[in-house]
Design a protein around this ligand. Structure first.
Ligand SMILES: Cc1cc2nc3c(=O)[nH]c(=O)nc-3n(C[C@H](O)[C@H](O)[C@H](O)COP(=O)(O)OP(=O)(O)OC[C@H]3O[C@@H](n4cnc5c(N)ncnc54)[C@H](O)[C@@H]3O)c2cc1C
Length: 445
């Protein structure tokens, strides 16, 4: 048995780890074991990718199967990382339609969480750009599902957290890009209203995200830097940086956190000091369009290896909620007010606008999503229950890919009828007692 955790290193659980290297082996594993779930690259924060008894580690399914440059359709095995797709295809003028805040996720994990990027308000989630999936069901039978074939199964698998079956292969659509640069504009927003107005105003921008200073209080509550961007064209390079080569040099992660930092390193004083400097730097850069390389724009955290160690040996949790638009202003104000009074503050807080979701239980709904990282101390875990209440009252819900601790009641309030339909489909396909993650057991899914 092995002790596994997600990216947040909380909670940790014992499981049997099995790592097939061939897609053909997966059906046999489904027949041999019970209480299993698939695992990609372990970037979900909590316990979604830990099997209740057995975990099928699928990074070994890492072959590229087919690519059509005419349509941008790419077929890959589920363990291929988005970073591997970008490394191979960006120099050829293609980029995934949707990327989350780290490129170190597998295609299987991106489908199973229906991950969203900074462009969800315009282009939807990862699942929207999936053409078809080859899936092994609970009993080992293999099916191909898409919007045309087995559409209910397809909709339940997109955002279904691995609980409908194991994805072997996916065919996804890549977008054409002319360069590896982004035409970026930064807006400094002195408070929450200004941040929301900037995100709403950025509705026509393909990418938009706000970094929030969670320690700002009073009149400055919610002060933010909003980063809007488009893929830069060659004409943009000529206008903004004549002579710039179309592909920026690839930066390998030079920095890494070498050991678990003591939990107290992130305190009100250190985080306040960091936030003040960061906000001032952003304010100074605000205004005109400029060029930013794709790596720091999309994946700033990938530049620091093992950064999950800065929260200390107890690990950390991310609280990510989405709130319906109409209730967002009041609920965001309440969440930020509560968090800004914390002793061990959130180092990283991000606000984005989401459009409608695509999968049966996928997380996105039209509204605002706020993500907060907090050390997993007893005090913070108690406080998160208060944040859950604010989210529930506002009609929102929590993201399963980040969740390590929500209660069944919070989950049911957020996902309602969709969760019931998902459970029925799991019963009908034999997955209910066979495909079980630590998370699905905790939430009664
Ligand atoms: C720094 C950082 C930033 C992030 N930013 C974002 C963001 O901006 N937007 C966003 O949406 N998410 C974000 N995430 C979360 C991350 O994108 C998701 O958790 C994603 O699912 C992780 O993929 P993975 O390959 O690591 O999968 P894992 O973490 O290993 O698994 C995640 C889920 O996918 C299932 N799964 C994995 N592979 C398969 C398969 N082959 N078949 C069936 N099910 C499978 C697992 O059972 C599990 O339920 C971020 C995570 C990190 C660490």
């Amino acid at each position: 048995m092995t002790v596994l955790s997600g990216w947040g290193r909380y909670p940790r659980a014992e499981t049997r780890l099995v790592a097939p290297r061939d897609p053909g082996a997966v059906a046999g594993l489904h027949r041999a074991f019970s209480g299993f779930v698939a695992r990609g690259n372990g970037r979900a924060y909590g316990d979604a990718a830990i099997g209740a008894d057995t975990t099928l580690a699928l990074r070994g399914l890492d072959r590229f199967v087919a690519f059509d440059p005419g349509t941008g359709l790419l077929e890959v095995e589920a363990g291929v990382l988005l970073s591997e797709i970008i490394d191979l295809f960006l120099p050829r003028g293609f980029f995934p339609f949707v990327v989350p805040g780290t490129r170190l996720v597998t295609v299987g994990g991106a489908v199973a969480a229906d991950v969203h990027g900074k462009n969800h308000h315009v282009e939807g989630g990862f699942g929207q750009h999936v053409e078809s999936l080859d899936l092994v069901l609970a009993d080992g039978a293999e099916v191909t599902c898409s919007r045309g074939a087995h559409p209910e199964l397809f909709a339940a698998t997109v955002g279904g957290m691995g609980l409908t079956g194991t994805i072997l292969r996916a065919t996804i659509r890549l977008r054409r890009v002319e360069t590896g640069w982004m035409r970026q504009r930064t807006v400094a927003a002195p408070d929450l209203d200004a941040a929301m107005a900037a995100l709403e105003g950025a509705g026509s921008a393909t990418y938009a995200v706000a970094w929030i200073d969670c320690l700002a209080r009073g009149a400055g509550l919610g002060r933010s830097l909003v980063y809007c961007a488009e893929h830069a064209t060659r004409a943009d390079l000529d206008a903004l940086g004549p002579g710039t080569p179309p592909m920026p040099p690839v930066r390998r992660s030079a920095l890494a956190v070498p050991f678990d930092m003591p939990g107290f390193t992130l305190n009100r004083v250190s985080v306040s000091a960091f936030n003040a400097v960061y906000y001032r730097r952003g304010q100074a850069a605000a205004g005109p369009d400029h060029l930013a390389a794709w790596q720091p724009y999309f994946f700033p955290l990938d530049g620091v290896g093992d950064w999950n160690r800065i929260y200390g040996p107890r690990g950390f949790v991310q609280h990510q909620c989405v709130l319906p638009k109409a209730a967002s202003r009041a609920a965001l104000g309440a969440l930020l007010d509560r968090v800004s009074r914390l002793g061990s503050p959130s180092f990283l807080a991000v606000l984005k606008l989401l459009g409608p979701g695509s999968g049966l239980i996928s997380f996105p709904m039209e509204g605002y999503t706020l993500a907060l990282d907090l050390p997993a101390s007893a005090q913070n875990l108690a406080l998160l229950a208060e944040l859950d209440d604010i989210v529930r009252t506002a009609g929102g819900r929590l993201y399963l890919a980040k969740d390590a601790r929500q209660t069944r009641a919070t989950f049911e309030a957020g996902y309602g009828d969709a969760a019931d339909r998902f459970r029925s489909l799991r019963r009908e396909t034999g997955a209910a007692h066979k495909i079980v993650s630590a998370q699905s057991r905790r939430l009664g899914l």
